[in-house]
Design a binder for this molecule. Structure first.
Ligand SMILES: *[C@@H]1O[C@H](CO)[C@@H](O)[C@H](O)[C@H]1NC(C)=O
Ligand SMILES: *[C@@H]1O[C@H](CO)[C@@H](O)[C@H](O)[C@H]1NC(C)=O
Ligand SMILES: *[C@@H]1O[C@H](CO)[C@@H](O)[C@H](O)[C@H]1NC(C)=O
Ligand SMILES: *[C@@H]1O[C@H](CO)[C@@H](O)[C@H](O)[C@H]1NC(C)=O
Ligand SMILES: *[C@@H]1O[C@H](CO)[C@@H](O)[C@H](O)[C@H]1NC(C)=O
Ligand SMILES: *[C@@H]1O[C@H](CO)[C@@H](O)[C@H](O)[C@H]1NC(C)=O
Length: 562
């Protein structure tokens, strides 16, 4: 999820005039104060922006962006630990000159790059909802993409990494569990003396507060009385929840969207993640049915949404009983399509229904007819259309390692599934909870922290959630059918924050922005602009009853929120 510049804002404030910001960003620009040191060349790579302990904004990539590479202490209470860097990018709203209210943002993961959320256009989308007067300050949290410490890895040695093959989810379950525990123990040992332990969520929260103080001072304000505004999605809600419980007096506005059950996040095992996954699929069948065969290829001639679901379940059964063989050289090596493989592929498609539902509908319809060419096309060639990462050191594998390590540093030594029978029971629970996501969740998210025991330093230990009153109330937002962060998490976390409200959007998907609801957008603007919360229990309907299939030719903007 991803804005302009406080170079512009500082300059405009000092000059006491609202100068039009684009003119401030000519390639070789000299700024008035506090923002640069002489000429200021636009950068296109954080490697060209040496970290420094004071806040300096530099033009980057496009006109409405500025970047800062802040040097921060690894441990705010132990100087001897050394320093690392955090990459920030600011995007200004279209109507502003960068002088409007800043909103901090994190897109999730953990491991998702806030810098990429700016470059990829997500933050423009967010600003178009929030309104032109706001700016978003996004950042790569510790250990992610352009920020240190890096890399977050379990390997001290590239050869060992290359030689390792991950435990197969189809192997004997006891072996699978033991192999995961061995990996976690190995990773913990690798990181006994590394800086990896400084990349937990509490450290990220401290970085936000530190940055905020520098930014406010740069703009001539008083950091003690200038509140922090924040918007987080998915794991970004964990950062927000943690920020709010540790610095309740500092909260201005906070929107938490697609909520993780933060309390359990800090154990490494969230037992409720997939409570709404099957509801999400129910929306898929319903939308597809309503759109009809001309718009949704899987609609076929089924006479109800439940008839459509039955066909889908039959497809899963067929794949289970007899995996489809791909042996005609359509793939470089012989392959099979299993129920688990297909379901694990389909599950994340439901995060972004606008893109994912049409793809799922096409592939399921073709597979039902024994045609696997669209499945092969959709699963080969890597991620869904995003351009090659410009930072080759942070590829998909690296972001998966970051996800695992950040989650498990947060878990510290609290991971509860400490023997096979506990894990096996948790897997069974997951499978019972969801037909469509239970097994893949049970063999990924549920087990990632087995064997881990990396503890953050004392100053970065999370004290736990307790009921607090934030200076201004938090607005939680959640879809009723979120495949990976159910509505129950928003309700549970809202209980910790006095006067907070949960706004529900009656759509599938991970995050409100995936399907347009003008009702949600209006409530968010009213909250941001005036501090007015919706009434508890408010449910917003989407603008279109089956939006993902409304226009099959609709532009497919690739968006990925982990
Ligand atoms: C300006 O930046 C250069 C290179 O980053 C540095 O060597 C120099 O000391 C800086 N000058 C000031 C006045 O900060
Ligand atoms: C720049 O701004 C800061 C804070 O607003 C102020 O303290 C400082 O004196 C200014 N410096 C110059 C050279 O104008
Ligand atoms: C629905 O389609 C299937 C397969 O295309 C066909 O066998 C069946 O007769 C159709 N049913 C109706 C009611 O048209
Ligand atoms: C398989 O489906 C694709 C896309 O729907 C189509 O273009 C292709 O012709 C089909 N292949 C066969 C053998 O029917
Ligand atoms: C990391 O950041 C760079 C810009 O510095 C961006 O181009 C790239 O896509 C990001 N990588 C990921 C995986 O988000
Ligand atoms: C697994 O751990 C639980 C909780 O500590 C314990 O009650 C149970 O007996 C253990 N099971 C086995 C087989 O060791």
């Amino acid at each position: 999820m991803s804005h302009i510049s406080s170079i512009a804002s500082a300059a405009a404030l000092l000059a006491g005039v609202a100068s039009a910001w684009p003119t401030l960003f000519s390639r070789e620009e000299t700024f008035i104060n506090g923002t640069t040191n002489g000429t200021n060349t636009r950068i296109y790579d954080f490697a060209d922006l040496p970290p420094r302990p004071d806040l300096v904004w530099t033009p980057c990539w496009e006109d409405r962006f500025t970047c800062a590479n802040l040097e921060v202490p690894l441990d705010y209470e132990d100087e001897s630990a050394g320093t690392t860097n955090v990459a920030f990018i600011k995007v200004s709203g279209a109507g502003g000159n960068g002088a409007g209210q800043n909103i901090y943002f994190n897109p999730g993961g953990p491991g998702g790059s806030g810098v990429q959320s700016a470059l990829g256009g997500l933050l423009d989308q967010v600003l178009s909802v929030f309104g032109p007067g706001y700016n978003i300050i996004s950042f790569d949290p510790r250990g992610v993409n352009n920020s240190g410490p890096s890399p977050l890895t379990c390997w001290s040695d590239a050869e060992a990494k290359a030689a390792y093959s991950q435990p197969s989810p189809s192997s004997d379950l006891k072996e699978f569990y033991a192999a995961n525990v061995a990996y976690g123990e190995y990773c913990t040992k690798t990181n006994e003396e590394t800086n990896v332990k400084y990349a937990g969520t509490l450290a990220v929260v401290q970085d936000i507060v530190h940055f905020h103080e520098l930014d406010i001072v740069l703009n001539g304000g008083d950091p003690a009385t200038t509140p922090i505004w924040y918007y987080g999605v998915s794991y970004g809600t964990v950062i927000g929840q943690t920020l709010a419980v540790t610095y309740p007096d500092r909260i201005g506005r906070m929107i938490l969207d697609g909520n993780v059950y933060g309390k359990q996040h800090f154990t490494g095992y969230v037992s409720s993640d997939i409570d709404d996954t099957d509801t999400t699929f129910a929306y898929f069948f319903q939308y597809c049915f309503e759109a009809g065969p001309s718009k949704c290829p899987f609609a076929g001639n089924s006479s109800s949404a439940s008839a459509l679901e039955t066909r889908y379940l039959n497809l899963l059964d067929r794949l289970e009983n007899e995996p489809i063989r791909i042996s005609d050289h359509a793939t470089p090596t012989p392959q099979i399509i299993t129920r688990f493989g297909f379901s694990s592929w389909a599950f994340p498609l439901t995060y972004s229904p606008a893109n994912g539902f049409p793809i799922l509908a096409r592939v399921a319809a073709d597979l039902e007819n024994g045609n696997y060419s669209t499945y092969v096309a959709a699963t080969s060639g890597g991620s869904s259309g995003s351009s090659a990462p410009s930072n080759p050191n942070y590829d998909d594998a690296a972001s998966q390692e970051a996800l695992q390590l950040i989650t498990c540093i947060d878990a510290n030594t609290r991971y509860p599934l400490t023997n096979f029978s506990l894990y096996s029971a948790a897997l069974t629970k997951s499978e019972r909870e969801s037909i469509y996501g239970g097994e893949s969740n049970g063999k990924s998210n549920v087990i990632i922290c087995a064997g881990f025991g990396i503890s953050p330093p004392a100053s970065q230990l999370f004290p736990g959630f307790s009921k607090v009153k934030t200076a201004s109330p938090i607005l939680f937002v959640n879809n009723v059918a979120d495949p990976v962060t159910p509505l129950s998490s928003a309700l549970r976390m809202s209980d910790y924050f006095e006067d907070s409200v949960v706004l529900t959007q009656d759509t599938p998907g991970h995050g409100f922005i995936g399907i347009k609801s003008s009702c949600t957008h209006e409530h968010l603007r009213k909250y941001l602009d005036e501090g007015v919360l919706p009434e508890e229990g408010t449910v917003c309907e989407p603008d279109h009853p089956y939006a993902p299939f409304a226009d099959v030719a609709v532009e497919r903007k690739v968006r990925r929120i982990a």
